[in-house]
Design a binder for this molecule. Sequence first.
Ligand SMILES: [Zn+2]
Length: 142
Amino acid sequence: MSDADPADASPATDRDYAEWLDAFADGGGFALVCPDGHGSLPPRRVCAECGSTDLSREPLDEMGTVETYSVVHVPSPRFADDAPYATAVVDFGPTRLTGIVRDGGADGDAPAVEIGDAVAVDVGERVTDGERLVVFRPAGES
Ligand SMILES: [Zn+2]
């Protein structure tokens, strides 16, 4: 998975992704699913697996399962004030989401997640510059 720099994105791509984040923030998160059941996420318009352009919006569960994660202690400049944090790939059934994990605490410890943990997905803001991004919270925490 590429770590696309938003500066490289076209305005249309930014709008699609912003709309997707808006939907999530309103509790209406969705994935784009092709007729073969492959899941994608905006701003993608073509199925990454089979090339289908017949993508329909399917509701995305608010809970997913951590597939892999890594704790970042030395972040890129865009995340300078967010460290330490963990990035995680979370399985949401038809698709996966990549985001950062927060435990809601401000004690400077990296969030504790393990592969297989259930996490809730939310839309948060990057501490460093206020950009919106996908945030995972360990299940059971408010
Ligand atoms: Zn497909």
